[in-house]
Design a protein around this ligand. Structure first.
Ligand SMILES: Cc1cc2nc3c(=O)[nH]c(=O)nc-3n(C[C@H](O)[C@H](O)[C@H](O)COP(=O)(O)OP(=O)(O)OC[C@H]3O[C@@H](n4cnc5c(N)ncnc54)[C@H](O)[C@@H]3O)c2cc1C
Length: 390
């Protein structure tokens, strides 16, 4: 490593762009396979969506490919405390999807019979009487049923991010913070280097794990079209209170209102108002806060008078089919890879996606679970349309 005029010059087998859950986990699994890895992060570790999310996981998705991926991803996620030596604070409190119309009830029944039951993760379809009995705090007015997924749960994102960060450092991964990747050198259709504002790295491979920024970066650096767009999402948390909510409640037909309670007792959640794509400034709107508060209290009256302590926002990284993108396309320069575009469920999918991508880079083997999510699907038209995004 050489330093001069404030610019560090070094080399690495692989450079990962982005130090969120996906980039850190990718660096860690690549390093475990013997690669010398460097990570460039334009802010600080975890400054993107990976520390701005709701910390929830589920195995229930709207198609077979995502559900199969989720089942393996959640096994991986739940095993991370022992792998990383940091307590991920896992809790399987379930997801309760409230349903207000026959059309949506039919959809959940179909998904249950055709995908979830055959894959061994059935939900319980509940009547309103059963909802009242098991979740007495819910105002069931207008609700005709629910789907309860007992396999789903919660984690604490900060500890998992820090776990990967620490273990990656232990393995010798170089993580450059406040180092914004600016350009990639290509010679004879192969990657030869990556430059940031303060580091120049000779390398043969680059992994784009830059979350919501990935689409824009790949376009500006390489003129490669990877359809990933940022969508700002707001979220809030209250002061801690006694246990009131014993699951994660999602009102599927009321602007996707979601609310749960953390182990510390805070009420956490959001409501999805109409989103505008683009890098809107991090921040919150009074309209979002008052709508969320009003709708939560309507649904769970026991939550009135609890004080909101903190609100924030982050970007979902949306793709046209709401499913993630991983791997590479043959027409890209040799050594360019992507793992991004998780469309709102990237923390729970990130560790497995990173592990599979590392295997692919090391061996060239496309795992069957990864295959449907290759970037080439946007050319072949084999989209993995995901309906159950929250
Ligand atoms: C409100 C909200 C709630 C959510 N809830 C959940 C949930 O309950 N469960 C779940 O699984 N997921 C959830 N998500 C989604 C999840 O947070 C993301 O999918 C996941 O964190 C994506 O991880 P990432 O590493 O790809 O991206 P990020 O964490 O965004 O990391 C990308 C990093 O790349 C860096 N970067 C960008 N450009 C450059 C550059 N040029 N050079 C160097 N670095 C660069 C950024 O600074 C950033 O740190 C939620 C997201 C939000 C916003």
């Amino acid at each position: 490593m050489a330093e001069g005029h404030g610019l560090i010059t070094t080399q690495a087998d692989v450079v990962v762009i982005g130090a969120g859950i996906v980039g850190l986990a990718t660096a860690y699994y690549l390093s475990r396979r013997g690669f010398n890895v460097a990570v460039l992060e334009k802010g600080y570790v975890g400054s993107g969506s990976s520390t701005r999310n709701a910390g929830r996981y589920r195995v229930h998705f709207g198609n077979r490919e995502n559900t199969e991926f989720a089942i393996r991803a959640i096994k991986k996620l739940e095993s991370l405390s022992s792998e990383l030596g940091w307590n991920g604070v896992f809790e399987r409190s379930g997801y309760l999807w409230l349903i207000r119309s026959e059309r949506v009830l039919k959809l959940y029944e179909e998904l249950n019979n055709e995908i979830w039951k055959p894959l061994g993760v059935p939900v319980e379809i509940l009547s309103t009487d059963e909802i009242r009995e098991r979740f007495p705090y819910i105002n069931t007015q207008g609700i005709i049923g629910a789907a309860f997924g007992p396999q789903d749960g919660a984690f604490h994102h900060d500890y998992i991010v820090m776990g990967y960060y620490e273990r990656a450092l232990d393995l010798g991964v170089h993580i450059y913070e406040y180092s914004e990747a600016k350009s990639i050198g290509i010679e004879s259709n192969r990657v030869v280097n990556v430059s940031s504002n303060n580091v120049f790295i000779r390398t043969k491979a680059v992994v784009f794990a830059a979350g919501a920024w990935t689409g824009e970066l790949m376009k500006s650096m390489l003129n490669i079209e990877v359809p990933i767009k940022p969508l700002r999402r707001e979220i809030g948390i209250t002061e801690p209170v006694r246990p009131i909510i014993n699951t994660y409640v999602i009102d599927t037909e009321r602007s996707f209102l979601y609310v749960g309670q953390t182990m510390r007792g805070e009420i956490l959640g959001s409501i999805e108002l109409e989103g505008v794509e683009g890098f809107l400034p991090y921040g919150n709107t009074l309209n979002w806060l008052s709508t969320w508060a009003r709708e939560v209290i309507k649904l769970i009256p026991a939550l009135r008078n609890i004080r909101v302590m903190r609100v924030w926002s982050g970007y979902y990284e949306m793709t046209p089919d709401n499913s993630h993108i991983m791997g590479r396309s043959e027409d890209w320069p040799e050594g360019i890879y992507v793992v991004s575009g998780f469309s709102g469920h990237g923390f729970m999918f990130g560790p497995l996606a990173a592990e599979l991508l590392a295997k692919y880079i090391a061996t060239g083997e496309v795992d069957p679970l990864m295959k449907p999510f290759l970037p080439t699907r946007f050319k072949t038209g084999n989209l993995i349309r995901e309906r159950l995004i929250i």
